[in-house]
Design a protein around this ligand. Structure first.
Ligand code: ATP
Length: 312
């Protein structure tokens, strides 16, 4: 696939998840014996890109990895997932982003994230990907890389008429106002909505109020994901909050559900662009609800052939 065929470009992060399961979390200076260890592919940008790719989007990832074994493995993971890697670069100046995660038997966790090479992705890297960014149908960004680089990518896409999804995660209290005006769809979860508006987003009503405030800052549409309750949306055409519930499913592991939702939304915006956003959000709910029924992050994301064909 050449970069000109790409429909969804994700500019964002890659993290290697190093997960240890132990009876309890160690105290400072303590060593505890765990009973399971595994390595997973994570990072919000990469997760969203892989979900869009699994649904059939022609995706490209713009990101930076370290010149290390984790970086080499991540590059291969993108290839295995059908993601174009022309704009995945490796640096010797920092390690591949990593999240060291300890989970205790109660399901509580302690996590150290080292963004590493992700923070070295810069505007020069965007320039190398400018053709793909300007000819894609949808561009997706988050906040796990340098925010100015995300903003620049959103602006490049917008200037070329490419639709944008901005996922302000991880949550930041302060956001450059241009993030709002550069977002066709501003998609956040409850805690991000809370931090950005100062509202206590405890129920759908408060989520709706927060969404209206976010909309007033200049984005075209706002979606707030609500976990087991689905999501809600507002748009400039209709600023009355619309709740879009999700069906009840036996949830096993909700890690990365938000990224599955965003990746699915990117797929629908790129490949079924005439669908109303509300219907895209309803279908994205259904896809994210499948992801919570299996363990892991990218490993839990459904492929197109495992989903009902009415979704497409
Ligand atoms: P994470 O940080 O774990 O990726 P998030 O907080 O960003 O998640 P959520 O709002 O928890 O995102 O979930 C995103 C979407 O996943 C929801 O809008 C919904 O569609 C789906 N989802 C999450 N939890 C469940 C659940 N228990 N049952 C069904 N669907 C769910």
């Amino acid at each position: 696939m050449s970069s000109a065929d790409v429909t969804v470009v994700v500019v964002g992060s890659c993290m290697t998840d190093l997960v240890s399961q132990a009876p309890r979390l160690p105290k400072a200076g303590e060593t505890v014996h765990g009973h399971k260890f595994f390595i997973g592919f994570g990072g919000k940008g990469a997760n969203q890109c892989v979900q869009a790719s699994r649904l059939g989007a022609k995706t490209a990832m713009v990101c930076k990895l370290g010149q290390d074994v984790f970086g080499n493995n991540y590059l291969q993971n993108f290839k295995d997932q059908g993601v174009t890697t022309d704009f995945v670069s490796q640096t010797g100046e920092a390690a591949t982003g990593a999240a060291s995660i300890i989970v205790n038997d109660q399901g509580e966790n302690a996590i150290v994230i080292v963004a590493g090479a992700n923070l070295l992705l810069d505007v020069e890297d965007l320039k190398k990907a400018s053709l793909a960014i300007s000819t894609a149908r949808v561009l997706v960004c988050q906040l796990e890389i340098t925010p100015a680089v995300s903003l620049q990518a959103l602006k490049m896409a917008r200037n070329s008429g490419v639709r944008t999804i901005f996922n302000p995660a991880p949550a930041a209290a302060e956001l450059d106002p241009e993030f709002y005006s550069s977002s066709d769809v501003f998609c956040c979860n409850e805690s991000e909505a809370e931090l950005l508006t100062g509202f206590e987003v405890t129920d759908e009503e408060m989520a709706g109020k927060a969404a209206v405030v976010l909309l007033s800052r200049g984005c075209h549409s706002v979606i707030v994901t609500l976990g087991v309750k689905g999501c809600l949306m507002v748009s400039v055409q209709d600023a009355t909050p619309k709740h879009i519930p999700v069906g009840s499913v036996p949830a096993v592991d909700t890690t990365g559900a938000g990224d599955s939702f965003v990746g699915a939304l990117a797929f629908f915006m790129a490949h079924v662009p005439d669908l109303p956003l509300e219907e895209m959000a309803r279908r994205s709910n259904q896809i994210a609800a499948v992801s919570v029924q299996a363990a892991g992050t990218q490993t839990s994301y459904p492929s197109r052939d495992a989903l009902p064909h009415e979704l497409f």
